[in-house]
Design a protein around this ligand. Structure first.
Ligand code: PLP
Length: 378
């Protein structure tokens, strides 16, 4: 037998409280029993998003929410700005182009965060821009873009500010209303601690207004219809009843902890992971602004990053993630997201030390663990 540890940046472990709640017999999504369930989910998400806006609940992965954020608000030929600092930034461009939207990309070198001045300059150069798309966490590089600073420049324009917070929600304090985020997308299988299958999308009044003139085709992701149904504590199509029941359980756990403490926990785990990696003699991939949800670590010279990822999983049962695209083999990633605590970090670092030693890389066993312990005990 080998015990498994899921330390990937999604899907993440699901707490037993939610697993148990989701094991209850199914209820019907149009029957009165479901009304309080959806009402609680709606309120819980508004709390988590720090918003008074509607937060739609879609039965899809996060990418479905991203698609809906494009085809419900824009028209073919519209001009938008996409911040592209990795694989998920690239996805915004691909979705926009699939719907005939003209994309001006701000290409950010992988490992760096976008500079708000660059977004400001791009908006000044093209005042016709209808929306600015960005990731909060660029999960492929482990970088967090400064959403507050970028929001403050977009807010001065007519453009919508659209944030993919799929891997950042819960790990970072992102203030939807206070900062002026028009559309923010979340996903169930990350910080929210649920299995894959739900996307969440908050929509501001400014965005609903722009959406009124959107002529793009929409059927499954029809946000206006979702909004009308949400007002009646329903969803447009069959609700993902089980996942929504689980969502209420997870939000209850986060509420019992308190939002500030949730963010502080993620910050503490991230700091300990970074310090542990440094003590092992490893370099972080982000050159600035590392995420609190995951840590992207460079494979040392002469060691294949995919071998580290694979040995962690196969020899020790620890599933992290490798590098994507041009980072494949160069980095590996460890998440500390959602249902994560002190000994997840210790497990990850101990595993990394053992794997590196096993691959012939000189490592002082316990060095990373000790550095992390110092932080985790504070
Ligand atoms: N955006 C970011 C930042 C992500 O981390 C992910 C998933 O890893 C996605 C989008 C895609 O989400 P999904 O696979 O749920 O469609």
């Amino acid at each position: 037998m080998q015990k498994k540890y899921l330390l990937a940046p999604g899907p993440t472990p699901v707490p037993p409280e939610a697993l148990l709640a989701m094991a209850m017999p199914i209820i019907h999504h149009r029957a009165p029993d479901f009304v309080p369930v959806l009402e609680a989910a709606k309120k819980g998400l508004q709390w988590l998003y720090q918003t008074k806006n509607d937060v739609l609940i879609l039965c899809s992965t996060g990418t479905g929410g991203m698609v809906g954020a494009v085809n419900n608000f824009l028209n073919p030929g519209d001009e938008v700005i996409v911040v592209n600092g990795g694989k998920f930034g690239e996805r915004w461009t691909k979705i926009c182009q699939a719907y005939g939207v003209k994309v001006e990309e701000i290409v950010v070198e992988w490992g760096y965060a976008v500079k708000p001045e660059t977004v400001e300059a791009a908006l000044k150069k093209n005042p016709k821009v209808k929306a600015v798309f960005i990731q909060a966490n660029e999960t492929s590089t482990g970088v967090y873009h400064d959403i507050k600073a970028v929001a403050s420049v977009v807010k001065k324009t007519e453009a919508l500010f659209v944030v993919d917070a799929i891997s950042a929600l819960v790990a970072h304090d992102i203030r939807t209303d206070e900062w002026g985020i028009d559309i923010m997308i979340g996903g169930s299988q990350k910080g929210v601690m649920l299995p894959p299958g739900l996307a969440f999308v908050s929509v501001s009044d400014k965005a609903w207004k722009m959406g009124e003139s959107s002529k793009m085709p929409k059927f499954y992701f029809n946000f206006k219809k979702e909004r009308e149904n949400l007002a009646k504590n329903q969803t447009n199509f069959t609700s993902a009843v089980t996942l929504i029941i689980g969502l209420n359980e997870c939000v209850k756990m986060l509420q019992a902890e308190g939002l500030d403490k949730v963010f502080a926990r993620h910050e503490r785990l991230a700091k300990a992971t970074r310090a542990g990696a440094a003590a092992i003699g490893l370099k972080l991939f982000p050159k600035e602004s590392p995420s609190n949800a995951l840590t992207a670590i460079e494979a040392p010279a002469g060691v294949d990053g995919q071998a580290i990822y694979k040995d962690l999983r196969v020899k020790y049962g620890i599933t992290g993630a490798g590098g994507q695209d041009k980072l494949k083999g160069k980095i590996f990633r460890i998440a500390h997201l959602g249902y994560a605590d002190t000994f997840d970090v210790i497990t990850a670092l101990a595993g990394i030390e053992m794997v590196l030693k096993g691959l012939g890389h000189p490592v002082k066993l316990g060095s990373g663990v000790a550095a992390a312990q110092e932080i985790l005990m504070k």
